[in-house]
Design a protein around this ligand. Structure first.
Ligand code: NAI
Length: 683
């Protein structure tokens, strides 16, 4: 099918854009639009033009299939297409439905008139890819909605409904807002407008408008972006300010220069990598478009602790009925009151309307009997991390669940196959490893067991998507992807203490590099007792890879972390303070090891921690536990506070290059005491 079809309604030429899925402005489409505009200009019987993209999307912007390819910027590029629209001597109307984002909105802004469906999504999200809108968006958008609104939306890449912008006083963005959706209502309104204004001159061009400076909005936007460790938000603010302080052509030139500068920035490369990682993660070998999948229409969650509650909330918020099973009366009462508080807080914080909260709340029921889950399509077990207990729960779930139901576990460390094998349906068993808080965190590791069927996997992936999660498929290895890597990372952090660092030195170094939270603050928040129990269990099972005497001693003192008022730090509420008791503990430990402290610089700390993640990631790839390096990056960015603008641990390893990484591995192996083997190359 052609990318651009034309039709006529009297003197109005209609240009129908069709480049699924979202009318990305590819080279071929830009060329076709350019020709069509030339043709309209030359045709004496065409008096006006309407561009529209159908009900789903006016245009989502650049065609992501061309990202990084020469066609993306080849002529006619988007700025030239917008300039061509400016030069038209006949009016051009944009008919916007679905969405107009990024370059798609810039194209609409260069048209003379815009008719929009009230619920259409509007925005310039380029900043999320480390860029700024480079086809006039920073100049025309403020001229349409005022500086304050442009400065609120562009530097944050926020999307809003058209009706919100249409309600702004004195806005010039939309000429007509159509309430009804579908049935060609927007197109009909656009054609009617085109017929009405076809003889009207001069043509209204946003470039000819002026926009007033707004000292307060500018100061606020500068304050919000100046301290950020990545350049795009500030570049957006500066470009948008140009709309008020510079003539249009100069503003466009400044925008272009800003865009070029960002295009080659490492942060933009990292952000684009994560953007593609998110798209790649959904492609799983064995799961094809025609793989049958069961639609999950009701969920049962077993265990109403921290995770069970969070998982149930994630389901209810997505509109799925969910039953939560908790046999312990006290735990059940606690869960009910915590869930109540959650809904109240959501309404108080303005995240949900009272109505929506009420609807979601009614989707949730709490019960004491597992037997009540007999009709659920998916059962998720979230009881204590104990193999015998989980196996007992799986036997029971298998006995009561309908034959086609899927059975899942939220285990963080246990062998999924050992759970599957106690059931009569191992092909319908898999891991759904949520991250805490489960109603908030976007990441869901979907663990494929030895017997998990493609249908079960496909259904679980569709379920994840339904509740708004980004799924990454992992093999059944201890700790799957995320926790297996984090184990090595925490181990390295402990080695750094052995060698002479303090917890705060380690945390500060990696936080200054960009991680949201250093390793010691992170485990203090998660609770040191959790990993302590895992170590004890592993020791019992003969599976403990390496003893961690210092971390054990910390727990023996009851220093479980933030919740206990002390861990690797002393806590006053959430504020971490260096702890004298911990300093003494570390000193005694070093003395016992007979190891003198050496000075370890911030650079070595950062390199050790990042390489620990990256090297274990390489092992996971070699073992087939992770499907691709970008999946690993996604796990770290979405699940562990790894900065999106740094791309992830595997991206970082690749950025440094093989030679540099090999040199560091050699250097670390040489200073390592008993972990030299870890730094050895992967074969
Ligand atoms: P929790 O201790 O808060 O909750 C466990 C709940 O299970 C308790 O309410 C307990 O009464 C209930 N329970 C025990 N036996 C039961 C049975 N036979 N039937 C029904 N309910 C039963 O534990 P949490 O933190 O929610 O962890 C649950 C699981 O999630 C564990 O496997 C854990 O490894 C995993 N996980 C935990 C994360 C976390 O950050 N806390 C993150 C990801 C996974």
């Amino acid at each position: 099918m052609s990318l651009l079809q034309t039709s006529r309604q009297g003197s109005v030429l209609l240009l129908h854009v069709s480049n699924p899925p979202v009318n990305g402005l590819s080279f071929a489409l830009r060329t076709a639009l350019m020709h069509a505009l030339d043709g309209a200009e030359a045709a004496p019987d065409v008096l006006a033009v309407v561009i529209h993209g159908g009900a789903k999307a006016f245009s989502g912007g650049a065609d992501i299939r061309e990202f990084g390819q020469p066609q993306a910027l080849a002529q006619p590029n988007l700025p030239s297409l917008c300039a061509r629209l400016d030069e038209m001597s006949k009016p051009v109307v944009a008919a916007i439905e679905g969405l107009a984002l990024g370059g798609g909105l810039e194209l609409a802004l260069a048209c003379h008139y815009r008719v929009v469906q009230a619920k259409a999504q509007i925005g310039l999200p380029e900043v999320n890819l480390g860029l700024l809108p480079g086809a006039g968006g920073t100049q025309r958008f403020p001229r349409a909605v005022g500086l304050a609104t442009a400065l609120k939306l562009i530097p944050q890449g926020r999307l809003v409904r058209a009706q919100e912008l249409a309600a702004l006083p004195a806005q010039r963005l939309f000429d007509d807002v159509v309430a009804e959706a579908g049935d060609g209502a927007v197109l009909a309104a656009a054609v009617a407008l085109a017929q009405r204004i076809q003889a009207l001159r001069p043509l209204p061009r946003l470039r000819d408008q002026t926009v007033a400076p707004d000292a307060e909005a500018e100061a606020q936007a500068l304050a919000a972006s100046e301290g950020l460790p990545y350049p795009a938000p500030l570049a957006c603010v500066q470009a948008v300010r140009g709309a008020a302080s510079l003539p249009f052509e100069d503003g466009i030139r400044a925008e272009r220069a800003g865009f070029e500068g960002l295009l080659h920035s490492p942060e933009s490369a990292a952000l684009r990598h994560v953007f593609f990682a998110e798209r790649a993660a959904g492609k799983v070998p064995g799961v094809e478009a025609d793989t049958p999948r069961a639609r999950i229409q009701s969920v049962g969650v077993v265990g109403a602790g921290t995770m069970g509650q969070g998982i149930a909330l994630a389901c209810a918020q997505a509109g799925l009925p969910v039953q939560l099973v908790e046999p312990d009366a006290a735990a059940r009462a606690r869960a009910l009151s915590q869930l109540d508080r959650h809904w109240v807080a959501q309404v108080e914080k303005g995240r949900l309307s009272a109505d929506k909260a009420q609807t979601a709340r009614q989707l949730m029921t709490v019960t004491e009997r597992l037997g009540d889950l007999a009709q659920a399509d998916l059962l998720i077990e979230a009881v204590y991390e104990d193999m015998a207990l989980k196996q007992a729960v799986f036997r029971e779930m298998d006995a009561i669940a309908k034959p086609e139901a899927l059975l899942a576990s939220n285990t963080s460390t246990l062998d999924m196959d050992a759970l599957a094998q106690v059931t009569q349906r191992p092909d319908q068993v898999l891991g759904l490893h949520f991250f805490s808080p489960a109603a908030v965190m976007k990441l869901l590791e979907v663990v494929r067991g030895a017997a998990t069927s493609p249908t079960a996997l496909a259904s679980a992936l569709a379920f994840g998507k339904q509740i708004g999660k980004t799924c990454v498929v992992a093999g059944n290895a201890d700790g799957f992807i995320g926790n297996r890597m984090v184990d090595r990372y925490l181990e390295q952090a402990l080695f750094l203490l052995d060698e002479g660092c303090t917890p705060q030195q380690v945390d500060q170094a990696i936080e200054a590099w960009g991680l949201a939270m250093g390793p010691f603050r992170m485990i203090d928040m998660a609770g040191n007792d959790v990993s302590w129990r895992v170590r004890q269990q592993r020791a019992k099972d003969g599976k403990l890879r390496r003893a961690q005497p210092l971390a054990d001693r910390l727990c023996e003192l009851g220093r479980f972390g933030q919740k206990a008022g002390g861990g690797w730090y002393d806590y006053d509420g959430r504020e971490a303070r260096p702890s004298k008791a911990v300093a003494a503990l570390i000193a005694a430990h070093r003395e016992q090891m007979g190891r003198p402290a050496r000075t370890v610089g911030a650079e070595e700390i950062v390199d050790r921690l990042l390489l620990a993640l990256g090297i274990e990631g390489e092992r996971l790839l070699a073992e087939g536990v992770a499907l691709r390096a970008s999946d690993i990056d996604l796990v770290y960015v979405l699940g562990y506070g790894f900065p999106r603008w740094k791309g992830g641990p595997m991206f970082e390893l690749a950025r440094r290059g093989e030679g540099a990484v090999a040199a560091l591995r050699g250097a670390f192996a040489a200073v390592a005491h008993d972990d030299a083997a870890f730094w050895a190359p992967v074969h």
